[in-house]
Design a protein around this ligand. Structure first.
Ligand SMILES: [Zn+2]
Length: 82
């Protein structure tokens, strides 16, 4: 018997947050959890991607919410230089 069945809504794992990138920006900025922890906000501040009850982020640009029409993804300096 093991008791690993936790039924609570899973918070997004850190590793998942780290590999997720905004699909809407040409620079593919990283995303971070919003305050309600039910969505992911692009580093550019423009797009909000929803997270399902199962903890699966919906990274479809067409289904994202535009938080700030005037946010400019190009003005964000990416910390990672490749
Ligand atoms: Zn973005």
């Amino acid at each position: 018997m093991n008791e690993r069945s936790s039924k609570a809504v899973q918070p997004l794992d850190d590793w998942l947050l780290q590999i997720l990138a905004c699909p809407a920006c040409p620079q593919h900025h990283p995303v971070h959890l919003n305050d309600e922890k039910n969505g992911l906000i692009c580093a550019c501040g423009k797009y909000l991607f929803s997270i399902s009850e199962e903890g699966i982020p919906n990274m479809l640009v067409e289904e994202s919410t535009v938080l700030d029409e005037n946010a400019d993804p190009n003005s964000i300096n990416s910390e990672v230089k490749s």
